[in-house]
Design a protein around this ligand. Structure first.
Ligand code: ATP
Ligand code: HSE
Length: 331
């Protein structure tokens, strides 16, 4: 259940009218999601999603909402936050920060094939390029400094072999981050959490067609390659084992590179960033699992999944040369 703050028909109607989004027709609490209160609403103009932010601070929200607005303006299919007459996209409803965005068509594809990966890869690159002239900056709040802070907190909860892997990987990532190749990685606004459940596909003429990226609430400014690695670790693996699926990985990377060719440093650091992406979600899942926040509404995800992914990425580093048509990738 993802309605933590009730909104009545009258309250929603007044709110939507004030944003000039039309006359309310339906209001339905959305059962998906665990972070925010979401309502699907329809007016005589269009279908929308009304979100009341339960945990994110009003300090961080403008970055996420402005980024979505910027990307939507540049033709990337992402929810476009509605602005009031002063141009503000962050509103307030029933004591909570709130936003209204257009509702994306379709549904998530939780068992993606090669063609889904191709579409997401190409759109990810388009999104990175579209973010180049976004003027706001916010660090990725789940990056190396947070890993260094959080690893000591979760360590006491681990088995010795897990603790050893976690510490060794953190040391390795600190080393990678000190290298000149890492500093030279192109950077910009990244989604940072573009898993299968944060992308929609709609069926157009019988063909599954990407209809949007959403849930930008871990977005930040970071290496584009990290975003690509996070995606490969979710879209292009065998979920039960965490092993890379080479065909889907090649499709994803080729499609990405056909829009934005990878730099030599990105090609070099792909295996290291795949490990970084696995480490990031292993740490956050361990943190949510072992240290649930008081009155938390989060249902923690299984941390051992990302331990498996990390072990796979360490044991079998995925290089571009391994991908079937890696030679054809632009350098
Ligand atoms: N703009 C949108 N268009 C269509 N559906 C949406 C949109 N935003 C959210 N949804 C739907 O609402 C569900 C919950 O949204 P979202 O994932 O953003 O919630 P959340 O509470 O932030 O949760 P979590 O981080 O757990 O995924 C999504 O799975 C999706 O089905
Ligand atoms: N995608 C994250 C959850 C946060 O949205 C995970 O699978 O751990």
């Amino acid at each position: 259940m993802a309605v933590y703050t009730e909104v009545s028909l009258d309250e929603a109607s007044t709110f939507l009218t004030s944003l000039k989004l039309g006359n309310l027709q339906t209001l339905e609490g959305c059962s998906g999601g665990i972070e925010n209160t979401n309502y699907f609403v329809t007016t005589d103009q269009a279908p929308y999603v009304l979100t009341l932010f339960e945990r994110l601070s009003a300090e961080q929200l403008p970055f996420y909402l402005r980024l979505m607005k910027h990307l939507a303006f540049h033709g990337i299919p992402v929810p476009d936050p509605a602005a009031n007459r002063d141009g503000d996209v962050l509103h307030s409803l029933n004591g909570k920060p709130a936003a209204v965005v257009n509702r994306l068509k379709g549904k998530s594809e939780l068992a993606p094939g090669v063609d889904h990966c191709r579409q997401v890869g190409a759109m990810l690159a388009r999104m990175h390029l579209a973010g180049r002239d976004f003027s706001m900056q916010q660090p990725n709040l789940r990056a190396l400094p947070w890993w260094n802070e959080t690893v000591p907190v979760v360590l006491p909860h681990l088995e010795p072999a897990q603790a050893q892997l976690l510490q060794a990987e953190l040391a390795y990532q600190n080393h990678v981050a000190s290298q000149s190749a890492y500093t030279a990685l192109p950077r910009g606004a990244i989604h940072a959490d573009l898993f299968r459940d944060n992308v929609m596909f709609d069926t157009v003429d019988g063909v599954p067609t990407l209809s949007g990226f959403f849930d930008f609430y871990f977005a930040g400014t970071d290496a584009w390659l990290f975003d690509l690695a996070v995606c490969l670790n979710d879209w292009c693996i065998d979920l039960p084992t965490g092993a890379a699926d080479l065909e889907r990985s090649a499709a994803f990377v080729d499609a990405y590179a056909s829009v934005r060719p990878l730099t030599p440093q990105e090609r070099e650091l792909l295996p290291a960033m795949l490990r970084a992406g696995a480490l990031r979600f292993w740490i956050s899942r361990l943190w949510d699992w072992h240290l649930p926040r008081e009155a938390s509404m989060l249902q923690a995800h299984d941390p051992t999944h990302f331990e498996r992914v990390l072990r796979q990425r360490v044991a079998y580093p995925l290089t571009l040369q391994q991908l079937h048509n890696a030679d054809a990738l632009p350098a």
